[in-house]
Design a protein around this ligand. Sequence first.
Ligand SMILES: [Zn+2]
Ligand SMILES: [Zn+2]
Length: 370
Amino acid sequence: GMRQSELWSKYQFVCHCRRCSASPPSYVDMALEETFSSNPEFLSLSSDYNFLKDEANQKLTDWMDEGTSEYLLVGDPESCCQKLENILTQGLQGELLESEKVKIQLNLRLHPLHHLSLNAYTTLASAYKIRSIDLLALNSDIDGQQLEAFDMSRTSAAYSLLLASTTDHLFRSESSLIAASANFWASAGESLLTLARSPGWNLFVKPELPISTSSPEIHECSKCSLVDRLQVNPFLSQSRNADFQIICNEFLACITNMTRKVWGFLTHGCGYLQMLKDPIDFSWLRQSSNLCHTPCCSDEESNKETGYQESICRRVMQRCDGEERITIFQLGVHCIAYGGYLANICYGPNSHWPCKIKNVVQNEEKSVHC
Ligand SMILES: [Zn+2]
Ligand SMILES: [Zn+2]
């Protein structure tokens, strides 16, 4: 299997589990390496092209690392966001790669499920959150700055949700990803609740529509009773294994439905996220050309970057009537509940999760601190 030879070449380690010995590799391992290229010869399996594939991978990995260290080592989250998003949207463009026998100008983009993309989402969710916190810490009463902080929080929540949904998609085919899935759903949920509670809403939601996030009716989901049932029986612990798929599907149906309602709002102004038409159902990607031919951020688009808080977002926000806020809140509650349900299965009922959910659902003001 591909994993076996990779484990051997990198770590001199042999594993005979089903995933590692699968040949061709399992869906998950294929997805984690998936790229789109407009060079047809790049699909060739000859050793020369394999060499170039490794080269291309290394180049992208190095760029990603460089962008991430701007944030972690230099402390510049803004430059990090720019660099990582650039790699995600552009990939390699006309990059000249050569081996002894072949030479190509490579155009290549990362699939949204590629492991480098997933790493980038993790970093971006965190970097945007820090940018938002930094702006709020300035404590300025300039509307522009508050709006910018709101936008950063919005983008952070979108990346966090994308990380959870992509990981969950992979978890459906590879059960060992359950812990990652549980954790990412929980942080997506917290991120969405933070956004739903942001003071930034007051800048554009009409004040005659006050929303108290602690009012009980907004916890109620008209489509499922999962959150209610979790409050009575935190983790539905009586449910038999046979119900596991059903419960997961029920959660995901609600999450998908709500995500579709707010995805446009969450991603507005962010070139890369806007390219992803649907962050939960990836079937639109099967025609790989779909992502390959999506126009990259034009120059005009990137120039807007600086002014985007002012212009684009204000336009979106003016259309916003508070409905999004409620949906984002409910989506957050569902994500936390689903994460908790999965966590209970992998960590057992004695984990800290039951109290976390209860706090979030019943008395959310205290439990979420971001
Ligand atoms: Zn293995
Ligand atoms: Zn529901």
